[in-house]
Design a protein around this ligand. Structure first.
Ligand SMILES: [Zn+2]
Length: 229
């Protein structure tokens, strides 16, 4: 438990260091109103017992700056960005700390790496995009949180809009976004085979059913029983 906590804070420190280096967030550095500012959060960082305490200070900063500088456009933008960045990174760290660690070490090539608890591969339908190759990160009730191959953005989609990865798709002729996403999927699958010996696509056109999640994982990655827990 202690290790998990420390691991979370080490990764969060990495994320926060990146935020501190962003030029347009410098307007939030000094204490303002009742907020200790980014400077205070930076100095206090080692005292935080967990990411929630850190986020509480970020939220206080947002409220304080928002109240005092509500007419300043650059500050409003900075607040929104800071809040999104911190909350997104905490969510990512908690969803899969291994993905986050890989990203921190190698942002350009982290997504093809295979985690020790591998992520189920699905085609997810989001907005006007076609079904897109993705890693399934979590399922909450009937909502799947996925990260897309290609641009690595994440989205929540209904499970009904996720199809299990079934077979290798032919690459589009045009070298568009989907082309690069499928290419990256291929590299990831190659690494899955290196790590687990095989990769087993499922019967075509199976919609994701949360009830069978564990079975999917065991079958797709050929894992020994218990590995998915
Ligand atoms: Zn992961």
């Amino acid at each position: 438990m202690e290790d998990t906590k420390n691991g979370e804070m080490i990764l969060l420190r990495h994320s926060f260091n990146r935020a501190l280096k962003l030029k347009h967030l410098q307007v939030l550095y000094e204490p303002t109103g009742w907020s200790i500012g980014l400077k205070g959060i930076d100095e206090k960082f080692d005292e935080y017992a967990n990411a929630d305490e850190f986020l509480a200070d970020i939220d206080e900063l947002v409220k304080s700056f928002n109240t005092i500088w509500s007419h300043q456009r650059d500050i409003k933008c900075a607040i929104t960005q800071l809040s999104e960045l911190c909350h997104r990174d905490v969510k990512s760290i908690r969803t899969c700390s291994e993905c986050f660690t890989n990203w921190a070490a190698d942002p350009d090539d982290y997504f093809t790496k295979v985690c020790s608890k591998p992520h189920l591969l699905v085609y997810a339908k989001f907005g006007d995009y076609p079904y897109w190759p993705s890693k399934l990160m979590t399922i909450n009730d009937r909502t799947a949180n996925v990260v897309f191959f290609g641009d690595h953005t994440q989205a929540d989609v209904p499970v009904e809009k996720c199809i299990l990865y079934s077979k290798k798709h032919a690459l589009p002729i045009e070298k568009d976004e989907l082309y690069y996403a499928l290419k990256e999927t291929g590299i990831h699958i190659k690494k899955i085979k290196e790590k687990y010996g095989s990769f087993n696509p499922v019967t075509p056109r199976q919609t994701l059913n949360p009830t069978f999640y564990n079975d999917y994982i065991l079958k797709m990655f050929n894992l020994p029983m218990g590995m998915n827990e």
